[in-house]
Design a protein around this ligand. Sequence first.
Ligand code: SAH
Length: 281
Amino acid sequence: MNERAIAPGSAPAPGTVWFVGAGPGDPELITVKGRGLVERAGAILFAGSLVSETAVRWARPDCAIADSKGMTLEQMSAWLIAQAARCETVVRLQTGDPGLYGALIELVQPLDAAGVPIGVVPGVSSAMASAAAAVESLTLPEVTQTVIFTRVEGRTPMPEGESLEALAAHHSTLCIFLSITLMGKVTAALTAAGWSPDAPVVVVHKASWPGEEKIVRGTVATIQALCRDARIASQSMIIASPTLGARQWTTLAKSKLYDASFTHRFRRASVPAQTLRQDLP
Ligand code: SAH
């Protein structure tokens, strides 16, 4: 279907390598476009166990499927280039969104050098899936309007000015990737940045994975022990945010967009502006 007939003596133009966000774990959280590419692909290179289920579920029976877990970057690019010479559609499946902690550019550069066309299909990041699992909003009017995606320093050094302590000083929402084994560093940085020991922190393990998701709610003071007790040591998102727990708040500044006194492009105000800020019953 997808393999091209090669006219004798002529090298065909290579197929396209698509970097597709597979989503956070639940195979149904891939985009419609991403799933269509997986279904058409003659070859799929997936990233570890996280996205194997998606690859297997939607791929053609004759699709060449490989796991990049044990490969070096050079082996991965060589595999993708070889498959693109053979198939019109090649997919590199990545967890969440390919543009976050996914070595996207390291893989795109050798393909560019080899003249292989590429495309990127965004995915649902685990940051979004974790907020959804916990029924949390990462932004709230008059609380914080900013979200920082970051990590703490492990083997990958943090660039100047990006220590968690410096970022936490904004007191906005922090979605902390790749750091569950460094929880002590996370809570120390929040404390040093002036977060109260009672400030809420939520950890979501395997967000969206059917039957495997775990949500641990705690505070700066308690979250490390709670995660240890829940035996959570991998594949987890740490969210620290002044918005956490807002579902239970009795007072909430509501979004102006839906306020009856607010006129915008699609709706005229129906009540006077004094009621802009309201308390929930
Ligand atoms: N590109 C991915 C991130 C890859 S880095 C994305 O957009 O989500 C791997 C880190 O992502 C893990 O250490 C963990 O912090 C987070 N992660 C990936 N899948 C997750 C999931 N289902 N639940 C919680 N965190 C997850």
